[in-house]
Design a protein around this ligand. Structure first.
Ligand SMILES: [Zn+2]
Length: 334
């Protein structure tokens, strides 16, 4: 009950001017098709690949480093197999952040549909790097796997009004340097072409919840710029269609923050990390009250057996529905 009230409060306090999307999103053909095509088992194959990569590269996929580079290769191959032209964008790292191996640059990966208006881009992103302490299979292999599965089933030339851009950022675990550099690399005109940014960071934790960021909070860095509430509500509505009630929370400064600073409407999907699940949350979502959402957060046990495939399944379908909704929408967010 407390959660439902939080959700309602979020809607009424921040949703003014966006009534068309609150609680009544109707799935169009693309959303119906994409949601029936994406599959948790398909996403899971990418998590298996990322685990193997970490196992072969010292137990992690931190950027810069060989485990990160192998992750880059995996993502590029998967996107090319789905028919996308794939771009990589190098970014520089400071001496300290570059670490001891002498590599001072790393790279982001960007792929966009050939169809849809390139002047109105729906962008979804996840970070591809892990911490050095572990393989990062939930954080954020889960986001990467969800994006790859959605991109694969969407295809490079879907019937969309707006272009869809997928981003895989490096060095999130080191000050979000990949996403920061990406936004800095764009002209003001190109930033203005991004309709919205949807950040996906941890969507398969063992005791995970169903949080949605965007539109909640009293300042721009917490709530995002105008339009963010609409994106968040569509994501929450899509989660509701999978049978779970989202709790709306503030942004805490992940890869969405450079987008928010650039006044791009943003929302985030994240299932909780170090905090503990409350009694109320456990009643609504299941799982263990009084236990952390993810006891393996940023540790060596964030492995394949840390993955909650049910949480992944809910978020995967909700994200697919959200991408399809905005890709086919004529709505102006800001
Ligand atoms: Zn993360």
């Amino acid at each position: 009950m407390a959660i439902a009230l939080v959700l309602l409060a979020g809607c009424t306090s921040t949703g003014s001017g966006t009534p068309s999307t609150i609680g009544q999103v109707v799935d169009g053909q693309l959303a119906q098709r994409l949601k029936s095509d994406v599959s948790e088992s398909g996403a899971f194959t990418h998590l298996q690949a990322l685990q193997k990569i970490a196992d072969e590269h010292g137990g992690h996929r931190a950027a810069p480093g060989p485990g990160y580079q192998a992750s880059v290769d995996h993502v590029i191959a998967a996107l090319r197999a789905a028919g996308y032209d794939v771009g990589t964008a190098a970014y520089g790292l400071s001496q300290r952040e570059g670490g001891g191996d002498g590599q001072m640059t790393s790279q982001n990966i960007i792929a966009q549909t050939r169809t849809g208006d390139p002047g109105h881009v729906v962008m979804i992103g996840a970070h591809l790097d892990s911490v050095k302490k572990g393989p990062g299979i939930v954080d954020d292999g889960s986001g990467v796997a969800a994006l790859l599965n959605i991109a694969g089933h969407l295809g490079a030339s879907p019937p969309v009004r707006n272009a869809v851009r997928f981003a895989f950022f490096g060095s999130e675990e080191n000050g979000s340097q990949g996403s920061r550099s990406y936004i800095e690399s764009l002209s003001a005109e190109d930033r203005g072409k991004i309709m919205l940014y949807l950040n996906v960071d941890m969507v398969a934790s063992p005791n995970g919840g169903y949080f949605v960021q965007g539109g909640t909070g009293s300042n721009k860095s917490a709530a995002g710029p105008p339009g963010s509430a609409t994106v968040a509500h569509v994501l929450a509505d899509q989660l509701a269609k999978t049978g779970v009630t989202a709790q709306m929370i503030e942004f805490v400064g992940d890869d969405e923050s450079p987008f928010v600073a650039a006044n791009i409407p943003a929302a985030g999907a994240e299932n909780g990390d170090r905090r503990k699940k409350s009694e109320e949350q456990a009643q609504i979502w299941g799982g263990q009250a009084g236990q952390e959402f993810d006891p393996c957060y940023h540790t060596a046990c964030d492995r394949l057996d840390n993955v909650n495939r049910i949480v992944l399944d809910h978020y995967l379908h909700a994200l697919a529905g959200t991408v399809a909704y905005f890709a086919t929408s004529g709505e102006k967010l800001s």
